[in-house]
Design a protein around this ligand. Sequence first.
Ligand code: ADP
Ligand code: MG
Length: 321
Amino acid sequence: SVLADQIAAGEVVERPASVVKELVENAIDAHSTQIDIVVEESGLKRITVVDDGDGIADEDTEMAFKRHATSKITDRRDLFKVKSLGFRGEALPSIASVADVTLTTSTGGVGTLIHNVGGQIVEHAPAAARKGTEITVTDLFGNVPARLKYLKSPTTELAKITDIVNRIALSYPQIAFSLVHNGRELTRTSGRGDLQQVIAGIYGVQSARKMVAINGENPDFKVTGYVSLPELTRASRQYISLLLNGRYIHNFHLSKALIAGYGSKLMVGRYPIAVLAITMDPLLVDVNVHPTKQEVRISQEPELTKLIETTVYQRLSQENL
Ligand code: ADP
Ligand code: MG
């Protein structure tokens, strides 16, 4: 029901940045190689995400807006080895229940247009479309005034959108991303697969030059990525991006381990810029902790923190600091 969708929306769709995140993750799951995001008025006027992925077959389009309709998990056991970013089948119905959503999609042939207003499909028609999917969200939270009031300033909401897009771009160097806000381009990556190039695009070429590659592994975990040298620090931890099996995560202990790897080489209250990709058996991680999937439970976490700390420490020891 629309009411159940709106309740779920409270968890999944907190703010414009959550909409961007869910739509972009769907585009990634659909094997897109290029994802373009266009936002107006910090997402409150409009959010459009265009991808060149698989598209949705006409007969599946209405289903995509139904709660717990996911094409990504067919077996309960799949829950334990989730590879796709989405699997709960909650995002589209949740977004649609609190906004006006237009979807145009094609799997290659004649496409489909679906117009959904406040959770109700008001139009389903054939449409000319190239392969891929385009979703436009307008009037976000128009029917949930309380939610609108809870939002921060337009500048803060835009910063959250930029932040999430940048972290996703860092997670997928092989996908070309662009983010345009009110006609101004904020992020563009080439999709050529080079993480250092993505870092340069986001944090600047000068910063990227002051970062070094790290590599470490043990039988259970592999960590790779880039960390800044101690000369390049920031006053906040938010320049540390942790990716677990391609998924951007929040984890205080892992960030702390990374910082600990600097030993005393960072001043108090200063943090590195870092992008750390962790690869591990999906069976050893539980991503189904929270609807946004940014919090995860990792078995053998102490072993992983040790690996991160020593890998960073040993790499920095090779530099003449
Ligand atoms: P989930 O991602 O958890 O499966 P969503 O509500 O986000 O659930 O999406 C519902 C379904 O709609 C997906 O399982 C997928 O089949 C389809 N879908 C959504 N966005 C796209 C897209 N950009 N390209 C292809 N299919 C999509
Ligand atoms: Mg999804």
